[in-house]
Design a protein around this ligand. Sequence first.
Ligand code: ADP
Ligand code: MG
Length: 620
Amino acid sequence: MAKIGINIATGSLQQNEMIVGIDLGTTNSLVAIIHPDTKQPVVLKEHDGVALVPSVVHFGEQGLVTVGDAARDFLVTEPQHTIFSVKRLMGKSYSDIKEHAGFFSYKVIDDNTDSLVKIQVGSVFYSPVELSSFILKELKSRAEHILKTPVTKAVITVPAYFNDAQRQATRDAGKLAGLDVMRIVNEPTAASLAYGMGLGRDETKTIAVYDLGGGTFDISVLRISNGIFEVLSTNGDTYLGGDDFDREIVRYWTGLAGLNEEELSMHKNLAQEFRLLAETAKVSLSCSDNFTGTVAGETFTLTRSKFENLVEGLVARTIRSCTQALQDAGLSKEDIDEVVMVGGSTRVPLVKEQVSLFFGKKVHDTLNPDEVVALGAAVQADVLAGNNKDVLLLDITPLSLGIETMGGLMDVLIPRNSKVPSKAGRQYTTQKDGQGSMRISVYQGERDLVKDNRKLAEFNLTGIPGMPAGLPKVDVSFLVNADGILTVKAKELRSGVEQSIEVKPQYGLTDDQVEKMLLDSITHAQEDIRVRALVEAQTDAQQILDATALFIGKNESLLTSQEIAETKSCMESLSALLLSGTKDEIQSGIETLNELSRPFAERLMDQAISKAMKGKNIME
Ligand code: ADP
Ligand code: MG
């Protein structure tokens, strides 16, 4: 049933509440929607025609918070109260960012290095989630002002390499800003969607998305097939962007003026003036050949060819990342069908030329590169609102997901690097007669023993009716949805009892932690194999001990007292080995007990057969 609402401001009928698309950028953020009349994506602009909101938050007197251009003006004058580039801190701990700590001119707290970072402004501590929520709140209220209707639902974009912790942090920031985040979408996916790629049903294409923004560079290789987007590889440099172009110009000019960096850092306002003029020069050189401007009464000029000269090394670095991304995806340049340009810095003609030269084809640059991600987010929002047929997004799980089985072993249901959405299931059974419940413990990681992995959740499947060990069939299924949320279900098939739980995999794990978990699994591989073999032998031994004890209990009459004594002593020595024996010792103990008890089983069988034959007529 479609929802119908009335727009109070305009009095018009609104079908379905609008979902906006948000590009929450490192440098700039903006909102786009699908225009209700033209059905085309458009960015939302204030009366001054500006769509981009600088991702800067300033904390003024008496808790006054400003966001955007007004906040940007305080970057130089009140650096301790002005937060920029908060996206770099999302889902990160201090140890993740410490080598770049000098980059932040505000106070990043470093007391507890493994927990998530906090930023101190005056006497108040803020998390990156809270700081991002200020930007999102600003975007939300601008959108409401422009659209004259409440905006509560959004699709927000993130870089393709964001892990679950960073995605979840972005989602939380949305929630905190009063937004219902319908979907987190990869930026390169959104950019492709803005160009209409992936909307055709039978389309199969490989796309390279080159994104050079203010402070970051990302190259992503995507494959679209049948409306499904898959990230084949990502590469880039999280500290390379248009700001570095500006810096090169400043260095050139101040060099000409005979100023050194130390003098410049003493005169903050002068440095800021140089930086602003450098950015103006760069922007103007994107469409003209010469630039002239003044700083403190002195004239500075720059030609396009000199500018290109200054930045060609930086551009070359981005091209090297492209080579790497292709290699990681197992592709060559010829396999790339489309190249999409994203980010304000791709307006620089040299950048376009070099990228086009490298891939050997014309690049897509007809849409504004700093708007294209938001436009694509609006397209995705429209799909989610049900106005467009479904376009799926595929991502991958960074670590394996599984459950604990006998002896503390990790049984992997969804291996690492699986595409999501992903589904897997397996059957388990009970170990003891009449076992009425079963504990399902969910773990994430690559090690063979669950104690070395990370526990995500645990629950009990209760109400299993009394049955002999091994008879109940417990179906455990894992489902990871498109947002990376895992649902685990356990169901006993004979009785139908069922339990389920929802887990957010990996929330709070940093890139480094994931990397360490992967590294550990490699370092400990040998040891893990040895331990796994031992645990398996122990489990087998316990099972045969239980079964033999049961057999003796039930069928004492079939055995001689000598046989019983022999068996019992053999069981005792296997029990002792269980505690302290090696894998081989335990296995030979199992063999001995097996040898000893095999004739009993045969005897039982014979007896059963002769019983069954009694009274029956056997036709010859
Ligand atoms: P982000 O994705 O990092 O938030 P954007 O995509 O908005 O950032 O890119 C911002 C960068 O683009 C800034 O460094 C800005 O100077 C640069 N930029 C914007 N317009 C132009 C232009 N016409 N020529 C060159 N650089 C530009
Ligand atoms: Mg961007």
